[in-house]
Design a protein around this ligand. Structure first.
Ligand code: 164
Ligand code: MG
Length: 374
């Protein structure tokens, strides 16, 4: 493969309903859509899922634009490569900036699968035709969260993640458990707790939660290990895991029992597969997380979740969860409570480029000056 042209679309879209976490409330979402073209004009799409502010990880939309433009795009233009994993290897010379790397590498995976006339799921090693999925309920008054859960149960979701903060955790979880004593329920704190809150977290053991996601800060592996010894509910790490090495640390320290994999957070699909294989070997349950992303990243996550090790329903809700209109056709949808894994080449869906252009605040175009010689 030789890349001839790359376009970055800096887009912004309103969320259908505001999304509130322990960090703050999102009403609109900026992201970067990546389009690459090879020498024959075949294209691949990816998405940079960084947020506008560095609250979730240190990356932002602006740092991603900088690292893509000044480092990762030039590397991609430099010479031919045979497989998307070659791109991931080339990116290793630069540290971090996982979401920028992932957006570009994702586009290469789409292109690679198209060139080989296989689906992205096949290219990644997936073996499922459809996947069970979960949904995230953002922080609200407990009674409103309850209503949402009831609607999502009707839609067919199989796992429910509720956002909590340490001020409202017990009230929210007990309200939901009173009405729904047995649904697969978990909470996500986005690092809102500290080690002094262990007694508070211990109290949540009575609710039979599937897991507690990221209670402490992202580098607090030791604190998570102390917590996991004290509570019976499994700890799941999200923000803490930006590489395979982070999982190895978590595993050796017994800092968690479950991991959520987000390609954007770990540097792309190649790294996600390495993590998948490691977790299968070590018997660590994994699931695919979400980033309030558009259908481009979402459908990529569907393909990833079709790998055999992803045994827990992920945060892969339908397009309609966050968007009035998504950027792909068909949109991500639940059919009998499951999402079908596309079988067409690449992402296996149409990308609505007209819409992408219409919601772009800025479009950046880069053209390779490298001569195409074999
Ligand atoms: O994509 C979705 O539908 C939900 C994603 C989601 O819950 C999150 C995305 C990004 C940051 C957080 O708020 C949260 C998470 O931590 O998993
Ligand atoms: Mg999380």
């Amino acid at each position: 493969m030789l890349i001839r042209q790359i376009e970055l679309f800096l887009i912004e879209q309103p969320l259908k309903v505001p999304f509130k976490t322990s960090y703050g409330t999102y009403e609109k979402r900026e992201s970067i859509i990546v389009k690459i073209l090879d020498a024959n004009g075949i294209c691949g799409y990816g998405e940079v899922v960084a947020f506008s502010e560095p609250w979730y990880t240190e990356e932002t939309i602006q740092t991603a634009l900088h690292t893509l433009q000044d480092f990762f795009i030039p590397i991609l233009f430099k010479k031919q490569f045979n497989h998307p994993s070659d791109v991931a290897t080339r990116f290793n010379q630069f540290k971090g900036n996982q979401m920028a790397k992932s957006g570009l590498e994702g586009a290469v995976w789409d292109l690679y699968s198209k060139l080989n006339s296989i689906s992205l799921a096949q290219a990644l090693g997936g073996n499922k035709a459809e996947i069970p999925v979960g949904v995230v309920i953002s922080i609200d008054e407990p009674i409103k969260m309850l209503k949402q859960i009831s609607a999502y149960i009707t839609e067919g979701y199989e796992r429910f993640k509720i956002k909590v903060s340490k001020e409202n955790d017990y009230e929210i979880v007990s309200t939901i458990r009173n009405s729904y004593p047995t649904i697969p329920l978990m909470i996500d704190a986005n690092s809102d707790y500290s080690i002094e809150d262990i007694p508070k977290l211990k109290k949540l053991d009575e609710f039979n939660l599937l897991m507690i996601e990221q209670p402490f800060g992202d580098r607090q592996f030791i604190e998570h290990a102390i917590l996991q010894k004290e509570i019976s509910t499994p700890v799941c790490l999200d923000e803490s895991i930006c590489s395979l090495e982070d999982i190895q640390i978590a595993y050796e320290l017994n800092a968690c029992k479950i991991i959520t994999v987000k390609p954007g957070r770990v540097g792309g699909l190649t790294k996600s597969i390495e993590i998948h294989d490691y977790c299968v070997e070590k018997n660590i349950p994994i699931w695919v997380g979400g980033m309030i992303e558009t259908g481009i990243s979402r459908i990529q996550n569907v393909a990833l979740a079709s790998l055999p090790g992803f045994t827990i329903p992920g945060d892969i809700s339908a397009s309609s969860r966050h968007w009035e209109h998504d950027l792909i056709f068909p949109e991500v949808a639940l059919i009998n409570g499951k999402v079908k894994v596309p079988v067409g080449p690449g992402l296996g869906v149409e990308v609505d480029e007209e819409r992408i252009r219409s919601i772009s605040k800025k479009i950046y175009k880069y053209t390779s000056l490298v001569e195409i010689t074999k």
